[in-house]
Design a protein around this ligand. Structure first.
Ligand SMILES: *Cc1c(COP(=O)(O)O)cnc(C)c1O
Length: 376
């Protein structure tokens, strides 16, 4: 067991109380009181038009793919440097994925080069806010408007982050969040879909509840419910929602602690960056920092591999991140052959450092000291 793991799920202490309340209420399936509380919380705090809890961000992305009505013959633009689900949700609809490269200075999508990928078949642009740092959403929305595309924000890492003061996940047509245990706010597995375009609100609820108009029935809006559309069982049980609500209530202290850790890393590692040994994560002036992740970019794969081994030797677990999706065993045979050099560089050189609520500033200093010694 390493002394400093990469991640450690944080518990607020209220989770089991709320789960007990849910169990004792006798209502433990989905869309009950705790689900409503979580959805209201996200709608009110961030101004999202409508929020539906899901069992994962992957599910939220699948709902967005269904609501976008993408299918065979359509194309969706997705960054290559992202988690599988950003693309998988659309692959399940039979859609062709056109992978896009990262910016030279940041893993986020290079929006300067997206327009060249748009064809008359393009229906959706998926933007991923890597490490919770905003893509330029004005740019993304302008492209979408010009070419009549829908924008899906994969905001899995972006809870409580903003672009020009506007909450991420609330700017595109859809925003997809994750509450997986590796994220800032957790419920083990869990997610949420923000529906920001009123055209999709009614249908989203039906798709969420197995293609039925059950939610309308329970609100008394229709006098019987039945099968009216496609869909699946995307909603989590009240047990998950109870856990999640305990976390959402503590969002501010959780965020404050993570930001303090993030700032400590940045302060400690600036000298190495100034020497040109590593690249630090840049936060654009109009983006906020939700301290989801602290990463550095090494100069080569060999150097990163040696640094991982050096840290591990001292009981510190640092980990690399995505392998470019256009080179994955599943998608490489389907990819159109374009090189995506920046995605590949982040796949080879990006290293994530330990980041979790229970980490101390002293431990951050210790980790950074080890990194400085590696480069000395
Ligand atoms: C974590 C993550 C996902 C998947 O979230 P799940 O809740 O595990 O389905 C998708 N996209 C990105 C960018 C992520 O970081």
């Amino acid at each position: 067991m390493p002394q400093i793991p990469f991640n450690k799920p944080f518990l607020t202490g209220k989770e089991t109380d709320y789960i007990r309340q849910a169990v004792e209420s006798g209502k433990i399936s989905g869309n009950g009181a705790f689900t409503q509380k979580c959805q209201r919380f996200l709608e009110q705090r961030y101004g999202f038009r409508k929020v539906l809890l899901t069992t994962s961000c992957t599910d939220a992305l699948e709902m967005a793919a269904i609501l976008s009505e993408t299918g065979p013959g359509d194309e969706v633009i997705v960054p290559s440097y992202t988690f599988v689900s950003s693309a998988l949700a659309f692959v399940r609809q039979g859609t062709k994925i056109v992978f896009a490269d990262s910016r030279p200075d940041h893993p986020n999508l290079d929006l300067d080069r997206v327009e060249a990928l748009i064809t008359p078949r393009t229906k959706v642009l998926v933007v991923v806010h890597y490490a919770g740092v905003a893509c330029d959403m004005d740019r993304a929305m302008a492209l979408a408007q010009k070419h009549n595309l829908l924008v899906v924000e994969d905001a899995a890492q972006a809870i409580d982050a903003t672009c020009k003061g506007r909450p991420l996940g609330g700017i595109g047509h859809f925003g997809c969040f994750s509450f997986h245990e590796t994220k800032n706010i957790i419920s083990g597995e869990g997610g949420a879909l923000a529906i920001n375009d009123p055209r999709f609100c009614r249908r989203s609820e039906i798709i969420w509840e197995k293609g039925t108009n059950r939610a309308e029935f329970f609100r008394g809006e229709v006098n019987k419910y039945g099968w009216v559309d496609t869909g699946s069982s995307f909603l989590p049980s009240e047990i998950i929602a109870a856990f999640l609500f305990a976390q959402l209530e503590q969002l501010e202290p959780i965020q404050a602690k993570r930001k303090a850790l993030w700032n400590a890393y940045a302060r400690e590692l600036v000298p190495l960056a100034a020497q040109g040994r590593i690249l630090l994560p840049g936060i654009p002036a109009d983006a906020s920092n939700n301290a989801h992740m602290f990463y550095i970019v090494c100069r080569s794969l060999e150097e990163r591999t040696a640094l991982i081994a050096h840290l591990k030797q001292h009981g510190i677990l640092a980990v690399f991140h995505y392998l470019s999706l256009h080179k994955s065993p599943f998608y490489a045979p389907r990819h159109d052959g374009r090189e995506l050099p920046h995605a590949d560089r982040f796949a080879d050189c990006l290293l994530r450092l330990p980041m979790y609520f229970d980490l101390s500033i002293g431990q951050v200093e210790e980790i950074c000291g080890r990194i400085r010694r590696f480069f000395a």
